[in-house]
Design a protein around this ligand. Structure first.
Ligand SMILES: *Cc1c(COP(=O)(O)O)cnc(C)c1O
Length: 400
């Protein structure tokens, strides 16, 4: 199971080989899928997960599975992490980490703009458990510093943040968090380890929705938490074994196959997105384009420092977005009008500001003004796929 890559193997090589090796019995080159839920025992072993040693082999798939383990090792190699735990979805990973780290009386300082599932979990569920949540604009270090004047257990960053592509200076926020005695977790789904490796910038945890770029083909849900071994051991018993949101070995196998091509796909996503973003910026019907790779992005300098790849996500504003959205639903021929992102197929969706603020973000006053300064009355979130960029641009031209 241990991979034997040469020391110093590079990203594309690691994406393909890390976590895998030819099957020792059959010499099969591609990984097997081990769907077994249980594993036969050949010496006395206790029944409770509390009785298990970390290295005592596979026992029951909710605790660990050979195929899932292969995926975890590949992801750890890509992220430069000591270890990884995979979950059934991005939200399963996020809720596992938050509920494992936070207890009644603790405080979470989190980005006020993030994936709606994350903000809804934080605002609707955590307070019920006695956990205080303080939303801040993570792109404003003054706000982060002010929020950390009072004790906090965990700081939650998402960069680039859904859906407005607002970035967080991860190294700077990690320093502030650690100075205040808090841990910092970064949802790096939009960036992927090809663009940014938050652990190297000082983060304690990285989370991914594997459903997006890492799986890359829109056919398997998954999530992951990456960190050092000691932190992930804290997660293992409670968040993996007892919360139980583990990934199916079949999904792990599909995502592992996707992850093998992540670096080459990200290069193509970035090239395609840059071409589409530039075309949109020139388009008379487009009011504003937000893409970290464009000089017009308000944090383009930070993007250049922190992102080795600008990824494939674009947000843009037009006049009368809802009417354009209706045309898109009926007339797009290449891009699918659908939620989600990071797939080989291009996807687009309208995210109206009033709806999102009411349902998920609950922004008021200055925070709402800041959000509107990026999003206006709403944005189209476009996940640029791997089709020829000219065909994506022509498809958009048809409906704008
Ligand atoms: C999609 C997404 C999630 C949730 O992942 P699922 O796999 O859908 O549960 C979390 N964070 C970000 C940034 C996402 O894009």
């Amino acid at each position: 199971m241990q991979s034997h890559l040469p020391e110093g193997a590079r990203t594309r090589t690691k994406a393909i080989h890390a976590g895998e090796e030819p099957d020792p019995t059959t010499r099969a080159s591609a990984p097997n899928i081990v769907m077994s839920t249980t594993f036969s025992v050949d010496e006395p072993r206790g029944f409770s997960a509390l009785d298990q040693e970390a290295d005592s082999g596979f026992f029951y798939t909710r605790w660990g599975n050979p195929t899932v383990r292969q995926l975890e090792m590949k992801l750890a190699a890509l992220e430069g992490a000591e270890d990884c735990r995979a979950y059934a979805s991005g939200m399963a990973a996020i809720s596992a980490l938050m509920l494992n780290r936070l207890s009644a009386g603790d405080r979470l300082v989190m980005s006020d703009v993030a994936y709606p599932g994350t903000t809804e979990l934080a605002y609707h569920t955590l307070p019920r458990l006695g956990i205080e949540v303080t939303p801040v604009d993570m792109s404003d270090l003054g706000q982060v510093e002010a929020a950390l004047q009072r004790p906090a257990k965990l700081v939650w960053v998402e960069s680039p943040a859904n859906p407005i592509m607002r970035l967080t200076d991860i190294a700077a926020v990690a320093e502030l968090a650690h100075g205040a005695g808090a841990e910092i977790a970064v949802d790096s789904t939009f960036a992927t380890p090809v663009a940014t490796r938050p652990l190297e910038l000082g983060a304690d945890y990285v989370v991914h929705s594997l459903t997006k770029y890492i799986g890359g083909h829109g056919d398997a849900l998954g999530g992951a938490v990456l960190s050092d071994r000691a932190r992930l051991e804290q997660l293992q018993l409670e968040a993996t074994v007892h919360f139980g949101g583990v990934i199916s070995p079949f999904n792990a196998w599909l995502i592992m196959r996707g992850a093998a091509t992540l670096p080459v796909r990200m290069a193509a996503h970035e090239a395609g997105a840059l071409a589409v973003a530039e075309a949109l910026e020139e388009h008379p019907k487009v009011r504003r384009v937000l893409y970290p790779g464009l000089a017009s992005h308000p944090q383009h300098d930070l993007a250049r420092r922190q992102m080795a790849n600008f990824s494939g996500m674009i947000a843009f504003q037009v006049d009368d977005g809802p009417a354009v959205a209706e045309r898109m639903m009926k007339q797009l021929q290449v891009i699918h009008y659908a939620v989600s992102l990071g797939h080989h197929r291009s996807l687009i969706y309208w995210l109206g500001t009033n709806d999102l603020i009411a349902s998920s973000f609950h922004l008021e006053g200055e925070a709402e003004e800041r959000y509107r300064s990026y999003a206006g009355d709403g944005v189209f979130r476009l996940s640029v796929g791997l089709e020829d960029p000219e065909d994506i641009i022509e498809d958009l031209d048809r409906v704008l």
